[in-house]
Write a protein that binds this ligand. Structure first.
Ligand SMILES: Cc1cc2nc3c(=O)[nH]c(=O)nc-3n(C[C@H](O)[C@H](O)[C@H](O)COP(=O)(O)O)c2cc1C
Length: 168
């Protein structure tokens, strides 16, 4: 079982990259052969070499970045039976939106089997209301408590469970 964690990350603090590395590290600890790469360093053709694709993006204007979606749009369908999961970073607030919904929809369209609910890592935000540029002030302060929360760990455990299962 070989897994690829692929991510976009745009801010100077590279929160989504840090989360990607944490996910890949946890998978590696469980014995999974895993690569963790920035989307620009992944060729569409190489994706077929992996049994599991974990895709992450910062939440930007309630959605994934255009770049990570473009990366996914460049993959060919026919990944039937392959495993996948999505993650994002976002600020914890009622109107955050999320990046994982569109990523998951695309992965499903490509034929991947989603093996975990999305992994959401909250970054600490200082701003209460975040219109337009205001969002920037809140980003990159560090991973919030929720990153270490059980739900995130549980979801990693679910991914690892599937990856270790001989039936997949
Ligand atoms: C232009 C811009 C738009 C953003 N939009 C959202 C948003 O809609 N919802 C949210 O929760 N966070 C939003 N954020 C915060 C980022 O999702 C957060 O800072 C993220 O962790 C950045 O990841 P990165 O360091 O990997 O680029 C936005 C940040 C920027 C700069």
């Amino acid at each position: 079982m070989k897994a690829l964690v692929v991510y976009d990350s745009v801010s100077a603090t590279k929160m989504t990259e840090k989360v990607a590395r944490a996910i890949a590290g946890a998978m590696k600890d469980q014995g999974t052969d895993v690569d963790c790469l920035f989307y620009k360093d992944v060729s569409a053709a190489s994706v077929k070499d992996y049994d599991c694709l974990v895709v992450g993006s910062p939440t930007m204007a309630w959605k994934p970045t255009k770049d990570i979606m473009q990366f996914l749009n460049g993959l060919s369908a026919g990944s039937s039976g392959k495993l996948a999961a999505a993650f994002d970073t976002q600020i914890q607030m009622r109107i955050s939106g999320n990046a994982t919904k569109a990523i998951e929809a695309k992965l499903a369209e490509l034929g991947f089997r989603l093996i975990s609910p999305p992994l959401v890592a909250y970054v600490e935000g200082k701003t209460e209301s975040l219109p337009d540029e205001g969002r920037r002030a809140g980003q990159g302060e560090g991973l919030g408590d929720s990153f270490g929360a059980r739900s995130f760990e549980d979801r990693l455990a679910i991914i690892n469970h599937f990856l270790r299962s001989p039936s997949v």
